[in-house]
Design a protein around this ligand. Sequence first.
Ligand code: FMN
Length: 329
Amino acid sequence: MANLSTSYMGINLKNPVIVAASSISNYVDKVKQAESLGAGGLVIRSLFEEQIQADGITMAEFMERAAYISPEVQSPIFPPLAHGGPREHLMWVEKTRNAVKMPIFASLNAVNPGTWTSYAKQLEETGIDGLEVNYYTVAADPDTPGSDVEKAMFDIIEAVKAEVKIPVAVKLSPYFTSTANVVKELDKRGVDAVVMFNRFLQPDIDVDDESITNAMTWSTPAEMRVPLRWVALLYGRVKLDMALNTGVHSGRDLVKALLAGASVVQVASALLQNGLPYLSTLLLELQNWMEEKDYESLDEFRGKASQKNTPNPFGFERAQYMQLLMSQE
Ligand SMILES: Cc1cc2nc3c(=O)[nH]c(=O)nc-3n(C[C@H](O)[C@H](O)[C@H](O)COP(=O)(O)O)c2cc1C
């Protein structure tokens, strides 16, 4: 049997398939099932500061309404009730961490700089193995130049890195002007891994209602081409590890990610669509492919099709684009 073990952010994983942050982590039983089906690790869904804020407001409004109906709610007999902030999520993370042996990563999306660091520290204290910074933001302000958007992210990352001792990954948007430079800057700041890429939910428009709709859709294998290109371009040029995310739907996709140079893949849609046992199928397909090719370990072929190692280094850049367009009738 080929050896699938790998290292990611300095953590040993028994294989390179990580369950991406998603609803799978909503149930401890599912996390346990993912482990028994062979997952290399799992990212718990994000702690969202905005969600905590919204819950806090809802609770305050409820208390106000309750006090109006029944004034003793705010009387000295009842101690003042305040929303628990991130405590529920933190308890959940700790419970999940303790329920399994595989590496568990927490994910954080905050808004205010002070919250990024304080929540990061509190997540670290739950015993997680690593922290994923889910830097999910849409740069919608026409007056903010790209350099400011990037600086804001770097400042947050530097602060989080200074606050925690566990390894830190940054889950990136695919929409930077110079993705390669952003990754290099994160590398310089000692970030342990990048997750390429987050999959932004794109709003749609309902033409009957003339309104905006937001439906959750699964990714498709075609979407993997974007992270595949960037992993292949950056392999061997940065120290940090790269987790390829978005569009991994089969064992062959997993092989492609490794050939491009990914340390690991993260998978959500394929597991939600096909059920968690599909994890074993992905791993079996990887095993079979390695056996067919006589590979005993991932390092024997990781990065073989990266820009640095491929005999056709222009394949990942623009030159090929023109040839392809010219060859179409
Ligand atoms: C139901 C669901 C919930 C998700 N929740 C989170 C989350 O809390 N934090 C996060 O960073 N990504 C979240 N994601 C995004 C996934 O982690 C992943 O980046 C994305 O789905 C692309 O991977 P895929 O092509 O394998 O689906 C979620 C995705 C789904 C489908």
